[in-house]
Design a protein. Structure first.
Length: 123
């Protein structure tokens, strides 16, 4: 991978991480519900879907823009956007059992690992 693409990913990632920090930090938790996290996950999912839509419908989006926005910015803003995009592709391709497995596994595994990490940290 050339240096220009690496810089695009790094710059997008830095901006995405800053956006996540800022957006998540300014929004209050509403009745114990993490509104900021939902917002950044939603924003990143929308942006990645829009980028994919442009590519799918034949718009020319340069590789550095794709990597800056998709891998860098959306990746740092929220990895949930990648999960959402991959699930969308499975649904679009009518791979319903795989989509359901992807949804279930990601939710069950990641929440279980948060729990496991928490328990291990307690020791």
């Amino acid at each position: 991978m050339n240096a220009k693409l690496i810089v695009a990913i790094a710059l997008g990632g830095a901006l995405g991480a800053l956006a996540r920090f800022y957006i998540s930090g300014i929004l209050p938790v509403y009745k114990d519900f993490p509104v900021g996290t939902l917002l950044v996950n939603s924003m990143a999912s929308f942006l990645l879907g829009y980028l994919y839509g442009l590519l799918f419908f034949g718009y020319d989006v340069s590789p550095d823009t794709r990597l800056f926005l998709g891998t860098g910015f959306c990746g740092a803003l929220s990895t949930f956007s990648t999960f959402s995009y991959e699930t969308f592709i499975l649904l679009r391709e009518r791979e319903y059992p795989l989509a359901l497995l992807n949804i279930s596994a990601n939710i069950v595994v990641t929440i279980s690992l948060v729990f496991l990490g928490f328990i291990l940290a307690r020791r």
